[in-house]
Write a protein that binds this ligand. Structure first.
Ligand SMILES: Cc1cc2nc3c(=O)[nH]c(=O)nc-3n(C[C@H](O)[C@H](O)[C@H](O)COP(=O)(O)OP(=O)(O)OC[C@H]3O[C@@H](n4cnc5c(N)ncnc54)[C@H](O)[C@@H]3O)c2cc1C
Length: 391
């Protein structure tokens, strides 16, 4: 394969290694960073599991890491999503693709993916791709920068390279923090993802461990003061109390829950970089934007960044540099618009369901009636559904 030039990718998460694979597949020589946990070892169980939409699945397929066989243990299909308001409002989401439902089978709405397993599969694929080499020092040496046609920063929300480039972000920190954990339930989840908005907290129980499993990934968005109660004390007694609180908050929909890993705390913010590129440097993933996890879209946006960046480089004229302003501006324009739409929708939902004023009548009625009306409005519902699925 013809080598087009040298690209350096900072970061060791999913977006970094997907970007490396997509660009190497085009013929770029990519210099990537090895996962840090290979160097540091795994000290505790990683509880992260993310919902992946259809567009992200296609990107993971193009990267060569989506499992060929159905039923790979680290991927669980979500066949239905149920969202409950605090006064009985309910929204149900299924994949109503007319092509497949006419043939008698429905496609999943999304897939839950075990993050450590996906990260391992990506790094294995990077090591097998001859055009990807590992940066010995993490590529951190400033003198190296002129040797690269493009530097892609995928270092996550606290990116140091972004700060070095003096790229600012517009950030709003939520008054909430998230707890992530794994639980096992009395009853099988049946591939259904469920979410409850109770006026102050947002709880999601997400199916993992296969279609017939009873294991769930928990994402619980809580006021910061309450969050401290669960995250600062990891004693067995407190973990048992957490299981009781989660069972109650989920209305015992799957019976009693038992915590099997975690809890781990995450700060929550909505942010966007003021510019997505600077000279020969471009931002991808959480380094460019963050979003509240209530709609499970953060990584999906990051994977769309990686795919769009690769698509922009694919239309490069032979005489153009990889960092040509025409290409970088196109990338920024496409990704900024998509990201802002999703951030606006998620931010509005967060405030509609958790704002202190939202406890006053008629706002709870409006939001619950809104969920049910929305559930009945097929065209609007399908449009939002398609947006969330990445179509
Ligand atoms: C509780 C919770 C639940 C979520 N659920 C979902 C979901 O269901 N679906 C979804 O799409 N999104 C979800 N998200 C969002 C998702 O976690 C992020 O959007 C996604 O992880 C961003 O990926 P990234 O690769 O851009 O950044 P990160 O995942 O932060 O990865 C960046 C990595 O690079 C490393 N790094 C930083 N600096 C350097 C350096 N100099 N050299 C080498 N490595 C470096 C970091 O240590 C880090 O490991 C959730 C987020 C939270 C908090």
């Amino acid at each position: 394969m013809n080598q087009l030039g040298n690209i350096r990718v900072f970061g060791t998460g999913i977006t970094a290694h997907v970007t490396a694979l997509l660009l190497a597949n085009q013929g770029w020589r990519v210099h990537a960073s090895a996962p840090r946990r290979l160097l540091e070892g795994r000290s505790q169980r990683d509880v992260r599991a993310y919902a992946i939409n259809h567009r992200s699945r296609a990107t993971l397929e193009a990267s060569g890491v989506w499992p060929h066989e159905e039923g790979a243990p680290w991927v669980t299909a979500i066949n239905q999503m149920r969202v409950f308001g605090d006064l009985g409002g309910q929204l149900t989401i299924e994949n109503q693709n007319p092509d497949t439902s006419a043939k008698g089978h429905t496609e999943p709405v999304a897939w839950m993916v075990d993050v450590p397993a996906l990260e391992d599969a990506l790094w294995e694929a990077c090591q097998k791709q001859p055009l990807i080499s590992t940066m010995p020092d993490g590529g951190d040496t400033p003198s190296h920068s002129s040797a690269f046609d493009l530097t892609v920063i995928c270092e996550g929300r606290s990116s140091q390279q972004r700060q070095r480039q003096e790229i600012e972000t517009d950030t709003v920190n939520y008054p909430h923090k998230a707890i992530a954990a794994r639980v096992i339930a009395d009853h099988p989840h049946g591939g259904v993802a469920q979410q409850w908005f109770d006026g102050e907290r947002i709880l999601a129980l997400l199916p993992v461990g296969g279609a017939q499993g009873r294991s769930l990934a928990v994402v619980w968005s809580l006021p910061a003061s309450e969050h401290r109660q669960w995250s600062s004390d990891t004693s067995a007694e407190n973990t048992e109390q957490l299981a009781i609180a989660l069972s109650t908050a989920s209305h015992h929909a799957l019976g009693q829950l038992r915590v099997t890993a975690g809890p781990v705390g995450f700060p929550l913010s909505v942010s966007q970089a003021t510019r997505w590129f600077e000279g020969q440097t471009v931002l991808v993933g959480d380094a460019a934007h963050t979003i509240h996890p209530l709609a499970g879209q953060g990584l999906n946006l990051g994977l769309s960044d990686a795919q769009t960046l690769a698509d922009c480089l694919a239309i490069r004229k032979r005489w153009e540099p990889a960092s040509a302003p025409r290409l970088m501006q196109r990338y920024q324009r496409l990704r900024r618009a998509d990201t802002q739409t999703m951030q606006w929708a998620t931010h509005s939902l967060f405030h509609l369901f958790t704002n202190p004023l939202s406890g006053q009548v008629p706002i709870p009625w409006v939001r619950n009636a809104g969920l049910s009306v929305f559930n009945a409005l097929s065209p609007v519902k399908h449009w939002v559904q398609r947006l969330g699925m990445g179509n």
